[in-house]
Each structure stands twice: as structure tokens, then as C-alpha cells.
Design a protein around this ligand. Structure first.
Ligand SMILES: C[S@@+](CC[C@H](N)C(=O)[O-])C[C@H]1O[C@@H](n2cnc3c(N)ncnc32)[C@H](O)[C@@H]1O
Length: 571
């Protein structure tokens, strides 16, 4: 028989075929062994995956005892010891390193029979050109017209529906519609197209979102991940997967986003409806995300797992409000301990209106210095980076703690590198803000860099052909923002998304193209959207002007600021 490899969609009958072949060979009196990998949590977390445990399949009459649960190196040694006539099966083989492939080929050349279920793409590449028998198991789509090419899960990740491409897209649209209808009918804003977070990868056009800054916050996580060598090493390993957890995960924007980046993703939130929605999205997209509906402190006290990347956005202040200040401090201590590489923290401050009357037992105000002191006093972060509210459109300050110094530094950190006097250390936040301000002023003065700044501008449908006046690279705009733009596609509509601090008084924002006002709108504090019809011009270049009636210079910032621009689209 030699080497036989079974490929096919989940639940297409691969394991059943392997068990049937093993049963048949055992009935002839042959030596038969079933081997699974111990290198991935997806297998090791299953209680049956142990020596002597039974491996089953969807046909409940078919089971086979597991002989060994081992790593790739041990599996290669085991293969080398086998004699001709033995059958060894490797089910869920994708959880072995591709280095196992030469050992399969070598053993099969010596007359050992080998069954492989669900190989990884890298294993198949390594098999390229070799002699082996590939069994591709096909399943019909539920429409009975075409073979299935995809699976979709509904309640759990065990029994999928098999679908062709056409049926999959139609079903996915349907699932998304059902989910959004459910969200519309539920808390926190029943009856409205309004919810807290967007869903990752789902078009929520027309929805009002409390946290419109999720993509900007996600960028901060990705930037940190890109600079951590320990996380990058795991991401590039064929079997190891770095783990991510979002604590207070709401409806799963960050957990889902990180799963799509290749992380083994988790989320914890106390609100049942958020977890229900998050699970629904994950199942329909076939993402194995582990969501838990649990109180944060209870979870932290009972879980002994560690995670490569941990985030907690605007949640611990709620634990403090519900269970007291010390409960929040305990949360943070445990969160920091659980972090192997990167910890991302956003905290609601007691200086904000919404929390001013909460956390009554606090010994001092909870503000940015409080968070920085807490992270520093933990003593195990070798670097803590600070992203001030407003940067890239984020609502609140974000702190990123690295257990091991990242490979590259942010611009501000490069400058701070050699600053170590205790005075400056204690004033780190102010120093960072000051440096950011100087950087921004320097860029304002130098012409060529300004164009590069403007390239960072979140613009679609047009290209910038001049520097923008009244615009800074942290996406703040002043009371008069002017730029020359060049259309790159036909457009009929204009859409501006922006953000202003909640406590800003209302202001009018008016937008003109070529000196002609195309719309004007009164905006409140928080996120706002301005949309208008815009006529496609007959000319190559257009001047855009945005005038805002209110602007202010915050403490320690000499700029005159009106709002943060999130996106500017000509559609
Ligand atoms: C202000 S929202 C922030 C949501 C999300 N982290 C974000 O920033 O987009 C607070 C979140 O914490 C959750 N939460 C509140 N109390 C909690 C607790 N005791 N344990 C776990 N989650 C909690 C809420 O359900 C909600 O999803």
C-alpha cells in the first residue's frame, strides 16, 4: 500500500476511511498504530487525545484507540523503528511539522504502510514529486447540483453544512442579515441601527457604532505584533500558533481580527448577548475562536493559561465599579502575569464624566499617569509605549507593554531611548507628548515631508497633489483644512467620517469643492459622518476646503484643533 494521504473538507469522511482501513488490517492480524500530534492545543485540549483514548468520527460505530500522542521528532524516530508490514496512521496530520514528510517517505519505501489524514499545505508541498496515493474525498453541496467547496458551521464547530461557492455566498449573506436583525432588536440600543462594536469583516454601512475606532485600535495591536520577534517567530512556524485573548471582548471585533491574522484567539465578556453574537460570526466564518461568557476577575482567578498577546479595552473600570477598586488592581496584576509578550491596555478614566461618580472607593484619580505607574510598578515590562487619545482616531489613550523589547521602536521611543534619569522617567508621558508635538511642528515646517504626511491621509477616490494645510499626521485637522486633489475614479458622493472629543461644543462643518459649498452640517462631540452628493468634475485638479466653526488648543499642544479625520471618501 505504501503512503496514502486523505484530503477533503471537514466532515467529508477522512477519519472514517482511516478507521475502516485500520480495522481491516487489524482483523488480518497486522500491527496497526494510531499516532496524533501533541504540538497543538487544538488537539491536546480534547480529553480523548491521550494514549489509550478513543478516536471517533461522525459515524458513532467507528472508533479506534490512540497509541501515541507525540511531537514531530519523536514521530520521526518511531517511523524509523517500524518494520515492513506495519500500518501507522497519522490523523489530523496538519499538527505535525512538515519535517515529518521525509520520515513518511522513508518508512513507506521500507515497506511500512502509512495513512495520513488532513495534511497541511506545507506537507503537501514537501510531498510534491514523491510517490504516494492521494485520496480526495468529495461531498455534494446541499443544493445537490455541485460538489461542495466550503463548509459553514452554525451552532458549534463539529457538524458543518457542505456548500458550493454559490450557495456559500448566498448563505453567508443570509446569516449576516439575520445577525444584524438580531442585533438591531437587542440591547444596548433596541430598535436602532446602533451597537457598540462593528463585527469584524461584516459590512455595517448605515450603522451607528459607539466604538468606531475599532480599526484604529486594531492597527495599534498589529503594529506591536509586527515588532515582537517572539510573536513573529510563532506566526511563521508551520505548527505553533501564538495565542491572543481580548478581555472584555464585547462582540468579538478584536478576537475575530486576530484569528484572521493567524492567532489562536480567545475572548471573555460577561454580557451574554455580546458572546452570542461573537460566536455566531465566528461559527459562520468557520473560525475556531474560544469565547467565554464570564466575569473577568472570576475568569482570571480560575484560568492558568498564558497568552502571547493580551488586550483589555475599557473593561477593568467596570470590574472596579462592580466589585471595588482592589478587584480591578487584582485583574491588572493577573492580566500582566498572563501576558507572555504584549499587553495592550485602555482604561476608562475617573476624570471622564461617565466614570466620575463611579469607583467610589478609589484612593486617587484613575488617569493616564495612574495607568503608566501601575504598568511600570509591575516591573516586568521592558518597554511601555503610550498612544495618546486622538492618535489615528483612537478615543482614549492606549498603553502597550512589551515583556521583551520590540525589534523596532516607534519614532518617539527612538528619541527616548537613552533617556534614563529618574526625573525624566517619571515624566515619561509628558516627555512623549512633548516630543510628538515637536515632531509634528518640525514636519509642519518642512515642505517635502508634508506631502508624505498627506499620503497618510485616509482618502479614497482622489489622490493628493499638494500638501494639506491645517492637517497633521496624527489625523487632527484645524479650523481650515485645504488641499488640492486629483480624481482617480468617477464619483457621485462625498463621505467624511470624523471624531471630536465628547466635551467639544457643537460646531458647523462645511465642505467646499472648487470654492462651491457642497454641504454643511452641525456636529456634536463624538463620532460624526457627513455625506453629500458631489458632482464629478470636468477638471483634473480640485481644491477641497473644510471649515469648522469650533477649534481649540489643548494644554501642552500649540495647535488649533477641530476634529480627527477618520476617512474621506469620494464614491
Ligand atoms: C466599555 S465596553 C468595552 C468593549 C470593548 N472592550 C471595546 O473597547 O470595544 C465594556 C465591556 O466590558 C464588559 N464587561 C463589563 N463588566 C464586565 C465584567 N465584570 N467581566 C467581563 N466583562 C465585563 C461589557 O460587557 C462590555 O463588553
Amino acid at each position: 500500500m505504501g503512503l496514502k494521504v486523505y484530503e477533503g473538507l471537514p466532515a467529508s469522511g477522512k477519519t472514517k476511511a482511516i478507521i475502516s482501513e485500520m480495522d481491516r488490517r487489524r482483523s488480518f492480524g497486522d500491527r496497526v498504530m494510531l499516532v496524533l500530534s501533541n504540538e497543538h492545543e487544538e488537539l491536546t485540549r480534547r480529553p480523548n487525545v491521550r494514549e489509550g483514548g478513543m478516536m471517533g468520527c461522525r459515524d458513532s460505530t467507528k472508533k479506534f484507540p490512540i497509541d501515541r500522542v507525540i511531537g514531530t521528532a519523536e514521530a520521526c524516530e518511531l517511523l524509523a523503528e517500524q518494520v515492513a508490514g506495519t500500518l501507522i496512521a497519522f490523523d489530523e496530520a496538519q499538527y505535525f511539522n512538515p519535517k515529518i514528510v521525509p520520515a513518511w517517505l522513508d518508512a513507506s519505501e521500507r515497506g511500512v504502510d502509512i495513512l495520513v489524514g488532513t495534511p497541511s499545505q506545507m506537507q503537501l508541498q514537501a510531498l510534491n514529486g514523491a510517490q504516494y496515493d492521494l485520496k480526495k474525498l468529495e461531498v455534494m453541496c446541499s443544493c445537490q447540483k455541485r460538489n461542495a467547496t466550503r463548509v459553514m458551521y452554525s451552532k458549534d464547530l463539529t457538524y458543518p453544512a457542505h456548500l458550493c461557492d454559490r450557495c456559500y455566498h448566498a448563505r453567508m449573506k443570509d446569516e449576516e442579515k439575520k445577525l444584524l436583525k438580531l442585533v438591531q432588536e437587542s440591547e444596548p440600543f433596541p430598535g436602532e441601527l446602533h451597537t457598540y462594536q462593528p463585527f469584524f469583516g461584516i459590512d455595517m454601512y448605515g450603522w451607528k457604532l459607539v466604538r468606531n475606532d475599532c480599526p484604529a485600535r486594531f492597527d495599534i495591536i498589529l503594529d506591536a505584533v509586527a515588532r515582537s520577534d517572539s510573536v513573529q517567530e510563532k506566526l511563521s512556524d508551520p505548527v505553533k500558533q501564538p495565542a491572543f485573548i481580548d478581555l472584555g471582548c464585547c462582540s468579538g471585533f478584536f478576537s475575530h481580527g486576530m484569528a484572521e491574522q493567524g492567532f489562536r484567539s480567545h475572548g471573555v465578556d460577561v454580557a451574554e448577548h455580546f458572546i452570542l453574537w461573537a460566536n455566531q460570526v465566528a461559527f459562520s466564518k468557520g473560525q475556531a475562536i474560544d469565547y467565554k461568557c464570564q466575569d473577568l476577575l472570576d475568569f482570571l482567578r480560575t484560568s492558568d493559561k498564558t497568552y502571547d498577546v493580551v488586550s483589555t479595552f475599557a473593561t477593568v473600570q467596570w470590574v472596579m465599579d462592580q466589585r471595588g477598586y482592589e478587584a480591578g488592581i487584582e485583574c491588572f496584576q493577573r492580566i500582566f502575569e498572563k501576558t507572555s509578550s504584549i499587553c495592550i491596555v485602555e482604561m476608562g478614566y475617573t476624570t471622564e464624566d461617565i466614570y466620575r461618580m463611579k469607583i467610589k472607593d478609589r484612593p486617587s484619580e484613575i488617569d493616564r499617569q495612574w495607568v503608566m505607574n501601575l504598568m511600570e510598578s509591575f516591573g516586568k515590562f521592558s518597554q511601555i509605549e503610550f498612544h495618546p487619545a486622538g492618535e489615528g482616531g483612537i478615543w482614549r489613550d492606549i498603553f502597550v507593554g512589551f515583556k521583551k523589547k520590540p525589534m523596532a521602536r516607534g519614532r518617539v521611543d527612538t528619541i527616548l531611548k537613552n533617556v534614563s534619569t529618574s526625573f525624566l522617567q517619571s515624566k515619561k508621558i509628558q516627555v512623549r507628548k512633548l516630543i510628538k508635538k515637536i515632531e509634528s511642528l518640525v514636519r509642519r515646517k518642512s515642505g517635502p515631508e508634508k506631502t508624505a504626511d498627506f499620503d497618510l491621509f485616509p482618502l479614497t477616490g482622489m489622490l493628493p497633489v499638494s500638501k494639506g494645510d491645517g492637517y497633521w499626521d496624527d489625523r487632527w485637522v484645524g479650523p481650515r483644512f485645504v488641499a488640492k486633489l486629483k480624481p482617480v475614479q468617477e464619483f457621485h458622493k462625498f463621505r467624511l467620517e470624523g471624531w471630536r472629543p465628547e466635551d467639544f461644543p457643537s460646531a458647523s462643518v462645511s465642505i467646499s469643492l472648487e470654492g462651491q459649498e457642497i454641504c454643511s452640517k452641525e456636529v456634536e462631540g463624538g463620532f460624526f459622518v457627513i455625506e453629500a452628493q458631489a458632482q464629478f468634475p470636468s477638471r483634473d485638479e480640485l481644491s477641497l476646503e473644510i471649515l469648522t466653526s469650533y477649534s481649540t488648543s489643548p494644554t501642552n499642544d500649540s495647535r488649533d484643533l477641530s476634529f480627527v479625520i477618520k476617512s474621506l471618501d469620494f464614491l
